[in-house]
Design a protein around this ligand. Structure first.
Ligand code: PLP
Length: 358
C-alpha cells in the first residue's frame, strides 16, 4: 500500500509519472530497449528530450528567447556554477535560509558577495524584506522557497540587475513571470522528478553577453550545455523521462493554475489545523508561509509528546514529517503530487492526537 508521503525531497511523484517510468524501464515504447539502455544519441531518446523541453516551456510559459537545459550535479552544483559563469566583481544575495547561505559561500570563492538582506536574526522564520537593489552588482540571487525553514516569496520581484533564482522547491507549483529572471535553476527532486537532475532556464542574451572573463572547465560552463542540447556528456536519461511524465501529468491536470489552487488548498487546510489544534503551533510568520513546506512544533508545555505524535503518524501510514535535522519539530512537504487524501489523513491524525490527550 502506498503511504501518505510528505518527504521534503526526494518527494512524492504522481502515479502517472511512476507508472509510465516503470513501463519505460521495462521497454521504452516499442523500441525493444529499456530507457536505462537506450542511447542518448538515438532518435528514440532525442524525441523524449525534445518533448520534455517543449512541455516545460509550455507549462511554465517560458518565453522564446530562453534556453532550457537539464544536467547532473544537483542544485548544489549550481551554487558554484552561477558565480563561476556570471560573477565578475560583485553579486547581491538574499539570505533567507540554509540553501541561500550555501549559495553565498560558493559565490565568495569568485568575487564579492553583498548580502542585501537576511532573516537570520530570527532564525529565518520570515522572508526578509527586500531593500533597494544595488545597480552596480552583476546579478541578484534569490531562493524563492526555503525548503528547510518553510518560507516563500510568492511574487516575482522587479530588479535593475539580472535576477537569478533557485526555485528547487517551488518550481511549477504556481505560475511565474519567467521574463523577470535571467536564470532559474533547481533540483528536480521536489516538484518534477527524481534526484540528481537539475533544470536550468536561461535568457539567451544573458548567456551571450554577461559571462565572466575567466577560464571555466568545460562541464561547468553553461554555454557547453546550451550548445550541445544538454548532451555534451551522457545526461541522466531516466530522470529526464520522469520529469517529462510529470510535466505531462501537470498539463493534463490543468496546468500551473491548478497546481497553485491545490497548493493553496493544502497549505491553508494544514495551517488552519495547526492554528486550531491545542497540541501544535506554527513556526513561520504569517505572510511568509510556504505553500510547499509547512513546519510546526509542539505547543509550549506539550514538547514531551513529540515522540507520541510521530508514532501516531507512523501508525496512520504518514511518512516524512520529521523536521529537518537542523531545525527539529515537524515539517509537512506538500508538493504537486500531494493529494487531498494525504492532507486529510495528516489533519485527522492531528485531531485524533489532540482528542487522545484529553
Ligand atoms: C534541496 C534544495 C537544494 C539542494 O538540492 P540538491 O539537488 O540536493 O543539491 C538547493 N536549494 C533548494 C531551495 C533546495 O530545496
Amino acid at each position: 500500500m502506498r503511504k501518505h508521503i510528505f518527504n521534503a525531497g526526494p518527494c512524492k511523484l504522481s502515479d502517472m509519472a511512476l507508472e509510465n517510468t516503470a513501463k519505460a524501464v521495462m521497454e521504452l515504447g516499442t523500441c525493444g530497449q529499456s530507457i536505462l539502455e537506450v542511447s542518448h544519441r538515438s532518435s528514440d531518446f532525442q524525441a523524449i528530450y525534445d518533448e520534455t523541453v517543449a512541455l516545460f516551456k509550455e507549462v511554465l510559459e517560458i518565453p522564446d528567447n530562453y534556453s532550457v537545459m537539464f544536467m547532473g550535479g544537483g542544485a548544489s552544483l549550481q551554487f558554484c556554477m552561477v558565480p563561476y559563469n556570471f560573477l565578475k566583481t560583485k553579486a547581491a544575495y538574499i539570505d533567507s535560509g540554509t540553501w541561500s547561505t550555501k549559495a553565498m559561500a560558493e559565490a565568495e570563492l569568485f568575487g564579492e558577495v553583498v548580502e542585501i538582506c537576511s532573516s537570520k536574526d530570527r532564525d529565518y522564520v520570515y522572508f526578509p524584506e527586500i531593500p533597494e537593489i544595488p545597480a552596480d552588482v552583476d546579478y541578484l540571487h534569490i531562493t524563492t522557497n526555503n525548503t528547510i525553514r518553510g518560507t516563500e516569496i510568492l511574487k516575482d520581484i522587479d530588479s535593475p540587475v539580472p535576477v537569478i533564482a533557485d526555485m528547487s522547491s517551488d518550481i511549477c507549483s504556481r505560475p511565474v513571470d519567467v521574463s523577470k529572471y535571467d536564470l532559474i535553476y533547481g533540483g528536480c527532486q521536489k516538484n518534477l522528478g527524481p534526484a540528481g537532475l537539475v533544470f536550468v532556464i536561461i535568457k539567451n542574451e544573458f548567456l551571450d553577453k554577461v559571462v565572466a572573463d575567466r577560464k571555466i572547465p568545460t562541464m561547468l560552463k553553461y554555454k557547453t550545455h546550451v550548445k550541445n542540447g544538454s548532451m555534451y556528456n551522457t545526461p541522466p536519461c531516466v530522470n529526464i523521462y520522469t520529469v517529462g511524465q510529470t510535466l505531462k501529468w501537470i498539463k493534463e491536470s490543468g496546468g500551473l493554475k491548478e497546481m497553485e489552487r491545490r497548493a493553496i488548498a493544502h497549505s491553508d487546510a494544514l495551517y488552519a489545523e495547526i492554528e486550531r489544534n491545542s497540541m501544535f503551533i506554527p513556526v513561520v510568520d504569517e505572510g511568509s508561509r510556504s505553500r510547499m513546506n509547512i513546519p510546526f512544533i509542539m505547543a509550549p508545555g506539550k514538547e514531551e509528546l513529540a515522540d507520541a505524535f510521530m508514532a501516531a503518524c507512523k501508525k496512520a501510514d504518514i511518512v516524512g514529517i520529521k523536521g529537518h535535522r537542523s531545525v527539529g519539530g515537524f515539517r509537512a512537504s506538500c508538493y504537486n503530487a500531494c493529494t487531498d487524501e494525504d492532507v486529510a489523513a495528516l489533519i485527522q491524525v492531528m485531531k485524533d492526537f489532540e482528542n487522545s490527550q484529553k
